[in-house]
Design a protein around this ligand. Sequence first.
Ligand SMILES: [Zn+2]
Length: 279
Amino acid sequence: MHRPLVPVAEVTPNTKNWTNKILVIQKLSPRQSQSSPKKYQRTWSSRVQKVFDIPLFLGSNSLIDVLAVVVDKLEQRSINTKYGMSTIQELVIVNDERKPMILTLWNEVVSTEGAAILAAADKMPIIAATRLHVTDYHGISLSARGFANIIVNPSYSETHSLRTWRANHVFLTELVHEKKYLKLSSSHQNIPRDSFSSVANVITNNIEDKFWVKVTATIMDVDKKYWYMACENCLKGTTGEYGWEITCNFCHTEAIAKPRTKFAITLSDGTTQLDVVIW
Ligand SMILES: [Zn+2]
């Protein structure tokens, strides 16, 4: 009988007749059931998230799994948290989606899984990391605490394409050479907690032109498109279609028509609202 594929997140104790595709990452020995003659075996399964979907899990308490290449390691350090001093090891991970992200190992994970990763760090190991928290530290980052499980260079078949990508791609070499992810992480890291402005202050402040705000962003008009066709030189609008060679009415050069992102959002934080155009 054909049964529908149901995402694990939607399976509840009341869900019946469901099928799911999972990746088994760890198996315990088979055990005898106490209440029936059947044997059973516990398995850990993995549902690997796309890196681009990870921000969706922020604030949800969901634990997520990733499969990625460890491209760099930061200096191991101790930080003061509300639970006391903690040892952290930050790693930079990336996969074929090409969006580097910081994975922070905490305390015991630094000395267990972390030690195995660091031992292989020069060879850019692939890791299968499960039960990670999504946090807003460093922009969006991942956090591996006690119940996380990280396998270094796992041998299952799902890692084959990532291994091929790692072997063939100049992207990784450039990424590690330029280390742009470090600038990204430190710029987020250094925002003083009291430096956020209210939206009302942003509007009335005529002196500064850069602000950190904590806001809710709302798309005002969902029917509008999120881009316009632009001259590749001056970025002004054109009636030419994608890829056309145009003579631009504004900068008067021969240019190619290319789409450019543009949409409007409303920022609000309880003090007031501000309409903002994202380019
Ligand atoms: Zn132009």
